[in-house]
Design a protein around this ligand. Structure first.
Ligand code: SAM
Length: 325
């Protein structure tokens, strides 16, 4: 499994960019970018090199961790998947590209696209010293136009991107991303009810076009969760000193909530159930909320079932699990 923390090469590249910039200034910029997001805006306010760097310092560790957790879920179910080419739509500072490069040593071609000049320039600066990524191609342009021109890739990723696009446009974009996915498409969104709603709509749209779910769902049917519940996961990541300073945070870690779906062209065999919340461990039993091929189940594993109990103790929110008899 790939670590959720930024690879040292990327950390060093970010630190290198930070030299000559004031961390207080970066903190101010990052606070205003975060406020724009909270108010329902997007990354349009990221215009300068300093804005792009502030965004990357504050958010790249968390979006990287969420993409990595999603790719780990894919690898766990399809350990034989060895993509050669990647297409990163709405790549921003290149987060998903770095995560995919770590998760898949087989990747050789990396194509990124985004409309934001400042984020694109930062991404190219960050990969400049990387042996593996320095030759990426990065198209500047609106996603639909840029995607239409792009070559199909074995793996297509859209990380924290589809929320910045209107509903009608999003449907067209989803279809285009699917067309460009030779094998697999991963879409990651914030783990909010709205982020989940976008994931579930895209999932339904693409299943109707022949896609199959690899993760997190153990089935291609309708999502069994009903409002106000929603499917989301949590990934813990370490905060570096710069990360803490830019966020004005004390804790050395944070938990990123995210929703995701991995879709593929070929149907996957039997898929494991998915742990939908942190299981509750009591003296008599473990209670776990699982998404199973038959729907959502509150599974209880009694302590007296020693072997089952011991393995259920290791279950964590987001894990794929084979249910015991
Ligand atoms: C929140 S950022 C995420 C960046 C990156 N994928 C990550 O996970 O860190 C959203 C990105 O989507 C890009 N984006 C949003 N709408 C777009 C569009 N219509 N065409 C191209 N890029 C777009 C933005 O420019 C921005 O870089």
């Amino acid at each position: 499994m790939t670590s959720p923390d930024l690879p040292s090469e990327l950390k060093a590249a970010l630190d290198g960019r930070l030299r000559g910039f004031s961390r207080n200034d970066a903190a101010g910029r990052s606070a205003s970018i975060s406020k724009t997001y909270r108010d329902g805006g997007g990354s349009g306010g990221i215009r300068s090199e300093a804005d792009a760097l502030a965004y990357a310092l504050a958010r790249m560790p968390a979006t990287y961790a969420a993409v990595t957790a999603s790719l780990n879920a894919l690898v766990e179910i399809r350990p034989d998947f060895t993509p050669k080419s990647l297409l990163d739509a709405g790549a921003g500072p290149g987060t998903a590209t770095w995560a995919a490069a770590e998760a898949f040593p087989s990747l050789q071609e990396f194509a990124l696209l985004d409309a934001n000049d400042a984020l694109r320039a930062l991404a190219l600066g960050l990969v400049a010293e990387s042996f593996r990524l320095r030759d990426v191609s990065y198209e500047r342009g609106e996603a639909r136009a840029a995607l239409a021109k792009a070559d199909a890739a074995d793996l297509v990723v859209a990380s924290y991107m589809i929320g910045e696009i209107g509903d009608a446009e999003r449907r067209a974009l989803a279809e285009l991303m699917w067309q460009k996915s030779r094998d697999t498409l991963l879409v990651v969104e914030p783990g909010t009810p709205a982020g989940y709603a976008r994931i579930i709509a895209l999932r339904e749209q693409l299943i109707a076009m022949g896609a199959h779910v690899v993760a997190p769902c153990p089935h291609d049917g309708k999502c069994p969760l009903a409002k106000p519940d929603w499917c989301h996961f949590s990934q813990r990541l370490q905060r570096s000193r710069a990360h803490k300073q830019v966020k004005g945070a004390e804790l050395p870690f944070e938990d990123e909530r995210f929703s995701y779906v991995v879709l593929t062209r070929a149907p996957v065999g039997a898929r494991p159930s998915r742990v939908l919340a942190q299981p509750v461990v009591s003296k008599v039993e473990i209670t776990a909320k699982l998404c199973t091929p038959e729907g959502v189940a509150l599974t209880k594993v009694p302590r007296r079932a020693k072997t089952d109990y011991a393995s259920a103790r290791r279950w964590r929110w987001g894990d794929a699990v084979i249910e015991q008899s």
